[in-house]
Design a protein around this ligand. Structure first.
Ligand SMILES: [Zn+2]
Length: 334
């Protein structure tokens, strides 16, 4: 039986074909491991895959209309088990309890499927519990692991799984996907440049129509175009506000709050350097502003600062005052 598939997923062509063949054949392995960096759409794809397996329609999978489709969507389908959230770690107890429950539960249909997210953060004890289940899987059960970082999973677990690797989308696929969103061409180009083929990252940028991103960019531009005095004053005010807002925060926690700006600062320094070297920049949305302030900086200064930024990131980890760090950062640039 060959179904029609209406998975609204861009890119990952081979992976989709592979999974859809499984749905067609009904031949499921005991364990799959979906892996690849965060934001590529692994979980999103798993949802379509699982829904298509449970769907009862003869032609289209998933039909989104049948009883099973609706239950899966509401996450109340009896044969579907889920554990964990992406990016959050799983404790050994949580995992053990989940696997125990899974082994005892009955199957109401043909098979049960368990989706385990965040498997990369499990410790040795949890890994052992998982390995035991993978070695002797409960009857009629398929386990799907989703991992952002396969390198942190024990080799013994990986070797038991059928691997499905997710890679970054190419620019072409990103462009096709972004056609469905209401953004200017320049905005789209910036989103593509900044999301590195990861739809999840692009969605994060787009969730507020780039509002937060633009605000942060304006702030950095202001910092870079103002005088040293203005800069120092702003940094001072900025940290005053942070300290008031988070009175109990430790130094490194304030540092965490400014990390995002550090990334953006790096982006601006790199784009400024690229303008001087006549290379295409990343943040095309700000090309005019960047060109306007570029003459204030020398190539050497920009390059040296980019090199020292990494060092600064390291220092943030070791409790160096983030305010001091920002001050030094700027004194070096100017
Ligand atoms: Zn259905």
């Amino acid at each position: 039986m060959a179904y029609q598939f209406n998975w609204s997923i861009f890119g990952h062509k081979n992976q989709l074909k592979f999974l859809q063949n499984i749905v067609n054949s009904g031949n499921l392995a005991n364990t799959y491991l979906f892996y690849g960096s965060r934001g590529l759409g692994k979980k999103y794809t798993v949802n379509y895959f699982v829904q298509s397996i449970f769907c009862q329609d003869d032609k289209i999978r998933p039909c989104q209309k049948c009883h099973h489709c609706r239950l899966v969507k509401k996450n109340t389908f009896l044969d579907l088990y889920r554990l964990g959230k992406q990016g959050q770690s799983l404790s050994a107890d949580e995992l053990r309890y989940f696997l125990h429950k899974l082994s005892l539960s009955n199957v109401s249909g043909d098979r049960k499927i368990a989706i385990i997210c965040g498997g990369e953060n499990i410790n040795l004890f949890a890994a052992n519990a998982l390995l035991k289940t993978l070695e002797e899987p409960p009857r009629q059960t398929t386990i799907i692991l989703i991992s952002d970082d396969i390198n942190s999973l024990p080799a013994t677990v990986i070797s038991r799984c059928q691997l499905i690797k997710f890679k970054s989308l190419n620019t072409n696929d990103m462009e096709k996907w972004l056609k469905h969103f209401d953004f200017s061409e320049q905005e789209k180009e910036t989103i593509i440049n900044l999301s590195f083929g990861k739809p999840g990252r692009a969605l994060k940028l787009m969730e507020d129509k780039l509002e937060k991103f633009k605000q942060s960019c304006d702030f950095i531009i202001k910092l870079l175009s103002g005088s040293t005095f203005y800069y120092m004053q702003t940094i001072d005010k900025w940290f005053d506000v942070l300290k008031k807002e988070y009175p109990n925060f430790k130094v490194y926690e304030l540092g965490d709050l400014t990390k995002e700006y550090l990334d953006l600062f790096e982006l601006f320094l790199r784009d400024l350097l690229w303008i001087k070297l006549d290379r295409p920049i990343t943040n095309v949305l700000y090309v005019d502003q960047l060109k306007r302030i570029a003459p204030q900086f020398t190539k050497d200064d920009l390059l040296n600062n980019l090199l020292s930024l990494n060092e600064m990131r390291q220092k943030l980890k070791y409790n160096v005052s983030p305010q001091l760090l920002w001050e030094n950062l700027f004194l070096n640039v100017k």
